[in-house]
Design a protein around this ligand. Structure first.
Ligand code: GTP
Ligand code: MN
Ligand code: MN
Length: 583
């Protein structure tokens, strides 16, 4: 036992010798510790108190304007062998990467406190959970990690018992974009991040550990670490089915995880339970089903657009004890962002609000809040065994071609659907309409090894004795000729989820098409929707010529993974393509 703790202490001492802090603080995760940190951050301006009458326990943090988002071009995955990182990652030789970033860490904590944060991703008692330790000089990171993970004493005890943990070293540094790196060393289960205080770069438990490092652990240990929400759908009989869904960033994971059933469904007794909104770890159980946990304990959600109309569960969650980053404030000091009623007086940089400067809240402004504050938070989210997954859903923004919903005919076909996933950019975002960016399984920024090997790992679950979830693909974003969304989306998406559940339970027949199974006439409940008949038809239309071109494009995309692309996936692409030409 002692030697296991020694490994942690030795590493902490090594880091301290390099970074030379004035003080070392081991975080216990207590409320008193959190309040003390808040007090210190209020005193030095790291946090700004918001209106405590309307928003008790809520604070604002304004980050450096040059440090407001993930930085993919400065994010490296440093496998020993370059080939293992794949064309989907930036790679640097591990020795070179260590040397480069260690030089930045030299003496960087002089005169400051170094915090040691033991944390557990997932319920403390779950065999699916994995632990990590983040060392940082940022009290803002400590406060956020306390909300986002199970942090402190209990995690440290588990680490001392197991002896294994992911090592994460972080320093805010000078916030100079020229001196900023986010380095991952998958073989060493180590992360080093320098020069950014932004969530995805600094809260190392989240994207760095729970996705980029964890997907490597998952491959070695036979499980999956995915960029997926987990939602429970309870029918009027009180039976709950769990669905995991991967959509790229800004494609509505948080919305679907907190879905509010349409009026008619609510009346009939349907309920929706939130288990996770961003990351999902899944592992086969003894019965061959996949069991999932949400490794996180909080939400780090995009603020703009969050309103009573779009996501009232999220809005209710953040009415107290929330850290806001880069939002605007109103005259009476309430947090504000585009999409909320009222008017801002101060923008995200602390300037008097002037529309000439752009949006009042930064488009990537965020809230950090404990998941327990969500009105639909599922009791099962704390279950050590995880929840059994009945359906895996892939989706993205596709203004054309992709139907509202389709089901893969089997697991391998589903893996192809996930690999082919993409999102089309809009004119508003890039100036070029209809530019498709492939984002396999919504993991492009997070898959910490070669995508070809990753697809092979997904395919490896298809074995005798397994009882795998059905795989679906959805598209809430198909547009009509008038350029408007054909599908109302949001709460109405429950209609699509109900069809999936009916498929799982053998209650819906569906119609086979060359690209997948779509709902048969009348199977998708549309009553009370006011959806024009043509829209309903168009939403499920399969355009053969368009799909042939799509299959060619998917084939060309798969080619980019070279010899590491599993032959099985290539066969699947050929099978679908030939089904289309026979059609
Ligand atoms: P990350 O947290 O960054 O991984 O992204 P996310 O997948 O959680 O995305 P988020 O929920 O922040 O994306 C919200 C965006 O999707 C907003 O622009 C919403 O308006 C839009 N959105 C969500 N659900 C729907 C839907 O069903 N239909 C339409 N048309 N838009 C939707
Ligand atoms: Mn989200
Ligand atoms: Mn995400």
């Amino acid at each position: 036992m002692a030697s296991k703790l020694e490994a942690l202490e030795r590493w902490v001492n090594e880091v301290a010798a390099r970074t030379r802090p004035a003080k070392i603080h081991w975080c216990d995760g207590s409320e008193a510790e959190y309040q003390q940190l808040v007090k210190e951050m209020l005193a030095d301006g790291t946090l700004i108190e918001l209106n405590q009458q309307t928003h008790p326990g809520c604070y604002l943090h304004r980050s450096n304007p040059s440090d407001v988002a993930r930085v993919e071009h400065l994010t490296f995955v440093c496998h020993k062998n370059e080939e293992d990182a794949g064309p989907n990652n930036h790679w640097m030789d591990p020795a070179e990467a260590h040397a480069k970033i260690d030089a930045l860490f030299d003496g960087c904590m002089e005169g400051r406190t170094m915090y040691v944060i033991p944390y557990c991703m997932g319920p403390i008692g779950s065999p699916l959970s994995r632990c990590g330790v983040e060392i940082t000089d940022s009290p803002y990171v400590v406060a956020n990690m306390r909300i986002m993970t199970r942090m402190g004493k209990a995690a440290q005890e588990r680490i001392e018992r197991e002896g294994t943990f992911v090592r994460g070293l972080h320093s805010t540094g000078e916030l100079d974009p020229e001196r900023r790196f986010i380095m991952h060393f998958p073989e060493e289960r180590t992360i080093k991040s320098y020069g950014s205080g932004y969530g995805g770069n600094a809260l190392l438990g989240k994207k760095c550990h729970a996705l980029r490092i964890a997907c490597n652990q998952a491959r070695d240990e036979g499980w999956l670490a995915e960029h997926m929400l987990i939602v429970g759908i309870e029918n009027p009989q009180g039976e709950t089915r769990y669905i995991a869904a991967a959509f790229p960033s800004a494609c509505g994971k948080t919305n679907l995880a907190m879905l509010i059933p349409p009026e008619g469904y609510r009346r009939d007794g349907w309920k929706v339970w939130t288990v996770g909104d961003d990351i999902c770890w899944m592992r086969p159980g003894e019965d061959g089903r996949l069991y999932a946990i949400n490794p996180e304990a909080g939400f780090f959600g995009v603020a703009p657009g969050t309103s009573t109309a779009t996501n009232s569960n999220a809005l209710q969650s953040i009415s107290r004890d929330t850290i806001f980053t880069n939002v605007a404030v109103t005259a009476d000091n309430q947090p504000w962002w585009e999409g909320l009623p009222g008017t801002p007086v101060t923008d995200w940089q602390g300037r008097p609000y002037d529309p000439a400067n752009g949006p009042a809240a930064h488009p990537n402004s965020r809230f950090t809040v404990s998941a327990k504050q969500c009105p639909t938070w599922s009791e099962k989210a704390e279950d050590a065994q995880g929840v059994p997954i009945d359906a895996i859903v892939f989706g993205g923004r596709r203004p054309s071609l992709l139907p509202l919903v389709m089901e893969a005919r089997d697991w391998a076909h589903g893996v192809l659907m996930g690999a082919a996933m993409g999102s089309e950019t809009t004119a508003a975002a890039t100036g070029a309409v209809g530019v498709l960016r492939r984002d396999s399984m919504a993991m492009k920024p997070f898959c910490g090894y070669h995508y070809g090997d990753y697809f092979a790992h997904w395919l490896s679950f298809d074995q005798p004795g397994m009882n795998l979830p059905k795989i679906f693909h959805v598209n809430w974003f198909r547009k009509g000729k008038d350029g408007r969304f054909l599908w109302p989306g949001f709460g109405e998406n429950l209609r699509v989820l109900e069809w999936m559940i009916n498929r799982v339970e053998g209650k819906a027949r569906g119609v086979e098409t060359p690209v997948g199974i779509v709902p048969a006439e009348g199977e998708l409940k549309l009553d009370g929707l006011n959806l024009p008949r043509e829209a309903a038809t168009e939403l499920l239309d399969i355009d053969t010529a368009g799909w042939q071109a799509e299959l060619d494009a998917i084939g060309a995309y798969l080619d980019t993974f070279g010899t590491r692309l599993p032959e099985r996936l290539r066969q699947e692409q050929r099978r679908v393509a030939s089904g289309l030409s026979a059609d």
